[in-house]
Ligand binder design. Structure first.
Ligand code: SF4
Length: 344
């Protein structure tokens, strides 16, 4: 049965006024069933029910953290599992969504990478995370104003589905998000960065998970052959900025004794010279079985100070959900067969 959420709002199966009503039920009110759509004729509801699946998820675990963030673990129709994280910051409600079950990039410090690749999520399974989390928090889906494609998976390797999901998120008849509040994060897929640059009507923001300024360290922590060299990534980033004029966020997970040396801060400042960027230093979120630890507070501060002294725009992101053990992929990783389907 087709997932209704996989459709672009302009392709919804009703016309005019009825289509707007349907969209409002789905995205405005987060209706869980076609039956709840009481202003649609009964025959229409029945027809929709027989043709489309409305909710692709079953919620199986929620982990609430002392800082307010909430991790949701869902089972999909095929039994595979994936996560979304809700982060109710003081001034804005943010959701971090997954684009895949598992991830082929296999970053060595990441719990999702340790799962390997399960499958790509469909556009509706990506967008549906907003609806499911809103339902879990008892808020209207449109109250979630910020979204980051930073959960499980490498969005650029599920490019078409992620782009359609982004278009649904921004569509005024659907979730109506502001393009300035939607950020796509990539581990550095140069061809994807170039394609995104060409989607000029979309206008969402770009974050690149660089994590190291030198090839040797980067290859050690991001071993997948699908990832480009630093030179190729920087070339794509410059092209993106030339075309879009938008600032790029550079994500840098701080790994103790691996990528937190001051010579690497110097090299990073050198590498980013001339690019309008913001460097986000992220203390590693530890998970059982990981070979890596987060850098110490002192080392992070020293790294920060050096970048700032070189004129970089830099901040330290405090990972949310640390007390819940909520590193990306950790909930799914602890369940057997989570990415291969058939899991409980
Ligand atoms: S950090 Fe992101 S790209 Fe790397 S393995 Fe984890 S989910 Fe994939």
């Amino acid at each position: 049965m087709e997932l209704l959420l996989d459709l672009h709002p302009d392709a919804y199966p009703l016309e005019g006024f009825r289509r707007r009503q349907l969209l409002d039920w789905v995205y405005g009110q987060g209706a869980g069933t076609f039956d709840a759509m009481t202003n649609l004729p009964a025959a229409t509801r029945q027809e929709l029910e027989q043709t489309y699946l409305l909710n692709p998820f079953k919620l199986i675990e929620t982990v609430r953290s002392a800082d307010g963030s909430v991790k949701y673990l869902f089972t999909l129709q095929d039994g595979r599992q994936m996560e979304a994280v809700y982060m109710p910051y003081l001034d804005r409600k943010t959701i971090c969504v997954s684009t895949m079950v598992g991830c082929p990039a296999r970053c060595a410090f990441c719990a999702t990478g340790a799962m390997g690749f399960g499958r790509n999520l469909t556009p509706g399974e990506i967008v549906g995370q907003v609806l499911a989390v809103a339902g879990g928090e008892d808020i209207a889906p449109r109250e979630i104003r910020n979204l980051v494609f930073m959960g499980m998976g490498e969005a650029m390797l599920n490019y078409d589905n992620t782009m359609l999901a982004a278009r649904i998120l921004l569509h005024p008849g659907a979730l109506g998000m502001s393009k300035r509040r939607v950020t796509l994060s990539t581990v550095g897929i140069a061809r994807g960065i170039k394609r995104l640059a060409a989607e000029d009507d979309l206008g969402i923001k770009l974050a690149i998970s660089l994590h190291a300024p030198d090839e040797e360290t980067r290859k050690r922590i991001i071993p997948t052959g699908q990832v480009n060299s630093i030179e190729e990534i920087m070339s794509a980033a410059r092209e993106y900025q030339d075309v879009t004029g938008r600032r790029i966020t550079m994500e840098y997970t701080m790994l103790r004794g691996i990528n937190d040396h001051l010579w690497q801060a110097e090299l990073l400042a050198e590498l980013l010279r001339g690019l309008v960027s913001h460097v986000n230093l992220i203390p590693m979120n530890p998970w059982p079985g990981s070979d890596f630890e987060s850098s110490t507070e002192e080392q992070i501060q020293a790294f920060y100070d050096l970048l700032e002294a070189r004129g970089m725009d830099v901040s330290v992101r405090r990972s949310r959900g640390r007390d819940a053990g909520a590193a990306c992929g950790q909930l799914a990783l602890k369940r057997p067969n989570a990415h291969s389907g058939g899991a409980a």
